[in-house]
Write a protein that binds this ligand. Structure first.
Ligand code: NAD
Length: 289
């Protein structure tokens, strides 16, 4: 399969590398030259332009920061709708607004291009290991034709509904993840302030009902205050905006989400936007300092 891969960041590069390893021809494009070199070192090909990455592709995967970048790549004059061949399958794996995914899918249909939203959970580790959870929105037949490629990238692949539904599930995922990080941060602050070894304390939590993938993967680095991303605060802040907009659209109140959104906004305002979202601990510490 010829796969165009747009957006070779923390997630995109290891995902593209896994597709190369699975035998696909991957032609990548990123606005950063350095990212292209990294893809080539994994056996992929560097496209000189977006149009070049799209033109020969059977499938185009986008893994971009936010809705405006996806809109630029899809609707831009050098973009996917302009250069994509009819029948092309566009799998957008970025986390963006559900409403943008629906607009992308509608516009693609007019051009004979099939588009699905397939955001992911599992972080950089899941991207490297090919064990992402993938929540897919779109027409059943389009989702079926994406399954083989998605199976290279993830182990849990669920068709959750029509176009945009994948993004709504991802929004739900991000509110849970943000909330758990906030609470783990508060647990560390409490343990340390009480003179209890946080490593021993969190080991117990990880094995009990409070256990979670976040505790399993991140408790040690949080206690050591290692906050290299991972998933940047800037991106989680973007996701909180998506969640709050989705809640408004659905007409529901999510009070805990509101608090978490403010804490993540504070992390950004305090200059921690490029750190991992586990750096929420810095905000909880500062409240208490
Ligand atoms: P990132 O910032 O590391 O990567 C994004 C890449 O897109 C960068 O290399 C950037 O240069 C490139 N880019 C930006 N605009 C572009 C354009 N117009 N054309 C081509 N390339 C462009 O971000 P990431 O952490 O890889 O996240 C990507 C998406 O996946 C985001 O929507 C994020 O919310 C989501 N996500 C990230 C994680 C994670 O743990 N990092 C986990 C799940 C989902």
């Amino acid at each position: 399969m010829n796969i165009g891969f747009i957006g070779l960041g923390i997630m995109g590069t290891p995902m593209a590398a896994n597709l190369v390893r699975a035998g696909h021809t991957v032609v990548g494009y990123d606005v950063s030259e350095q990212r292209l070199d990294e893809l080539v070192s994994h056996g992929g090909k560097a496209a000189g332009s977006l149009a070049e990455a799209v033109a020969q592709a059977h499938i185009v995967i986008t893994m971009l920061p936010d809705s405006p970048q996806v809109e630029e790549v899809v609707f831009g004059s050098a973009g996917l709708l302009e250069y994509g061949a009819p029948g092309l399958l566009h799998i957008d794996m970025s986390t963006i607004r559900p409403e943008t995914s629906r607009r992308v899918a509608q516009a693609a249909t007019v051009k004979g291009i099939r588009a699905i939203d397939a955001p992911v959970s599992g972080g950089e580790r899941g991207a490297v290991d090919g064990t992402l959870s993938i929540m897919v929105g779109g027409r059943a037949e389009d989702v079926e034709s994406a399954r083989e490629v998605l199976g290279v990238l993830g182990t849990t692949i669920v068709h959750v509904g029509p176009s945009g539904a994948g993004q709504t599930v991802k929004a739900a995922n991000q509110l849970v993840v943000g909330g758990i990080y906030g609470l783990v941060a508060e647990a560390i602050v409490l343990l340390e302030a009480s003179g209890v070894d946080p490593a021993a304390g969190l080991d117990v939590l990880a094995g009990g009902l409070a256990g979670s993938r976040i505790l399993e993967l991140k408790r040690h680095s949080m206690i050591k205050r290692e906050f290299a991303p991972g998933f940047r605060i800037d991106l989680h802040d973007k996701d909180m905006g998506i969640i709050i907009a989705a809640a408004r659209e659905a007409g529901v109140a999510l009070p805990l989400t509101g608090v978490v959104a403010q804490l993540i906004a504070a992390a950004r305002a305090q200059g921690h936007g490029s750190l991992d979202h586990s750096a929420l601990l810095k905000v909880i510490e500062r409240i208490n300092a």
